[in-house]
Design a protein around this ligand. Structure first.
Ligand code: FES
Length: 559
């Protein structure tokens, strides 16, 4: 492979560039070796990426062991939990693009031959993988790891419990003392949210995509095995630079199909759909919601992981991690084993050489022939309310059909207060609009509201539809990503109080029960609202972002 670092740093004319490599500790011997970047999403604003700097030295040692050099640099983190339910949440999905852009800028500007991306919190993972696909220089992904669950008495806790306890407190079901105890014990270590929420979902998908080493998604952030995976990821990256193995050799259409199958089998976060669409776009792979529908309809849901199931990521780790799921799907003919992985081996070869612990795992991962549900954990819905599609995490609800009265809100802000005032009743379909990619902007996640509904005991009796997003921790009959969004005149914009809405997961339908003429008349009368932001990052983002049905990617206007 032609190495960009040779052109930048080797030869007499590159003396000025080399002078700065010397200033950061590289020797005569280092110059001319392959040069790798380690792009690390690090921040003390939250536990998810609190510890990721510690992994740099192991990655570096792994890279050096194969005869390459490495330099580390940061990228940003927007912490989803800390921004949840506030204006700050509008920056969350936006940060995915910033992370991709900053990784691209640093790797390209400094002529690195490839990079290891170290992620943690939700958007850091797809952001780094998007940069890998976009730049297409050798790259490997390393997850910082999950937090361990908390315990309060014999209750196993995740951050989801704090939100649901808050909902219970608002309704007078949970005492202030209990809520504050749950807060205290919910997230006892650094690392990402403990359940199969978005961060652990994306880490699992990084293994399925082949861009991360097999088994690297599940060890907790506090596990000593993280250092070993960091070392081996560094080695794998240096070897990929040596052999010229690039992300687009790994992240092919078939690899995305594998990742979708794993998303469906695990009942992962609905955000997984947005992020896979966005990574595929960067990789030049044509992926659409139809691919998710197709694969969901033939992939059984087999993993009992929170929020839909009972266990957390560290429990899955103890029984063999994501490879247990990959092996079952592969045996059932639901995965393509011929795709290449960052190890240089195919997925099938990697699984054959993987050391599975000989322990019972059937309490967490079921057999494909005896699944929790016969089809995937996420359903794509379409209909008059969302002609371009919407998503429902069927793994997180026992209900398959809901018919109710629309209760629309223009923005998330009023919903929590309406709940507090008992204005949300059984049989309501809460519609939250103008929170889409452009309207939000940034599709804020609504865990605060959805968990409050569940915590208030309304989870089985109230549904929600939004053009925004849900956290991976959300459960209940909650439909997100309704497209087209309200800000561009999608039907969700013209829902009126009391309209009938039907959500049918089995039929994959979401309909607004008004006549065709009435809907047409309302849409013709719709006028766009002034944007929430006219300057700064959110305004720039809103002017570039595409529909959620395309992954809410930002598209250059000059093509
Ligand atoms: Fe960072 Fe959940 S808030 S992983």
């Amino acid at each position: 492979m032609d190495r960009p670092s040779v052109e930048r740093y080797v030869g007499v004319v590159n003396a000025p560039h080399r002078a700065f490599l010397r200033s950061v500790g590289l020797t005569d011997e280092d110059v001319g070796k392959p040069l790798a970047a380690i792009v690390v999403a690090w921040s003390e604003a939250g536990p998810c990426n609190f510890h990721t700097l510690n992994l740099i030295r192991y990655v570096k040692e792994g890279i050096r062991s194969v005869g390459a050099s490495a330099l580390a640099m940061p990228t940003i983190v927007v912490n989803d939990n800390i921004s949840m339910g506030t204006e700050g949440m509008r920056y969350s999905l936006v940060s995915r693009e910033l992370i991709a852009d900053t990784a691209e800028a640093q790797v390209m500007a400094h002529a690195f031959d490839g990079f290891v991306g170290i992620g943690g919190c939700d958007k850091t993972e797809p952001g780094l993988m998007m940069a890998m696909a976009r730049i297409n220089r050798p790259a490997a992904y390393l997850y910082g790891g999950t937090a361990e669950p908390g315990f309060y008495g014999d209750r196993k806790l995740t951050i989801e419990d704090v939100y649901e306890s808050l909902g219970g407190y608002v309704k007078g079901i949970v005492s202030e003392e209990e809520l504050l105890m749950v807060e205290r014990f919910a997230h006892p270590t650094y690392g990402t949210c403990a359940g199969l929420f978005t961060a652990n979902t994306m880490a699992s998908l990084s293994e399925a995509l082949g861009i991360a080493l097999l088994g690297s998604a599940s060890p907790p952030a506090t596990s000593a095995r993280r250092a070993a995976y960091a070392y081996e990821t560094g080695m794998a990256l240096a070897k990929a630079i040596e052999t010229g193995l690039k992300p687009r050799d790994i992240m092919t259409f078939e690899a995305f199909e594998n990742a979708i199958a794993v998303l469906m089998a695990m009942g992962g976060s609905t955000n997984g759909i947005l992020h896979l669409l966005a990574i595929a776009y960067e990789a030049g792979v044509k992926l659409s919601l139809e691919d998710f529908e197709r694969i969901s309809s033939k992939t059984p849901y087999i993993a009992s992981l929170r929020p839909g199931g009972l266990y957390v990521m560290s429990d899955l780790d103890q029984v063999g991690g994501v490879p247990i799921i990959l092996r079952k799907l592969m045996k059932a003919g639901l995965l393509n084993g011929d795709v290449l992985t960052i190890s240089g081996k195919t997925l099938r070869e990697s699984l054959e050489s993987y050391k599975f612990p000989e322990v019972q795992h059937s309490h967490i991962v079921k057999e494909v022939s005896q699944p929790i549900k016969p089809t995937g954990g996420i359903k794509i819905l379409r209909g008059t309310l969302a002609p371009e599609g919407a998503v429902l995490k069927v793994a997180a609800t026992g209900i398959t059909r809901f018919e109710g009265r629309a209760k629309p809100f223009d923005g998330e802000e009023g919903v929590f207060e309406a709940l507090r005032r008992n204005e949300i009743q059984e049989g309501d379909v809460v519609v939250i609009r103008y929170e889409g990619p452009r309207g939000g902007p940034g599709m804020p996640e609504m865990l605060r509201v959805t968990a409050a509904i569940v915590g208030a005991g309304l989870g089985e009796h109230v549904a929600m539809v939004t053009d925004g997003r849900f956290s991976g921790a959300t459960r209940g009959m909650m439909v997100g990503h309704a497209s087209p969004e309200a800000a561009v005149g999608g039907p969700i914009a013209v829902v009126e109080e009391g309209d009938k809405i039907v959500i049918d997961a089995e039929k994959g339908k979401i309909d607004l029960l008004v006549s065709e003429n009435e809907l047409k008349k309302r849409l013709e009368g719709w006028r766009p609202r002034p944007p929430r932001y006219t300057s700064g990052l959110l305004a720039k983002y809103a002017s570039l972002v595409a529909s959620a049905s395309l992954g809410a990617i930002t598209k250059p206007t000059l093509q």
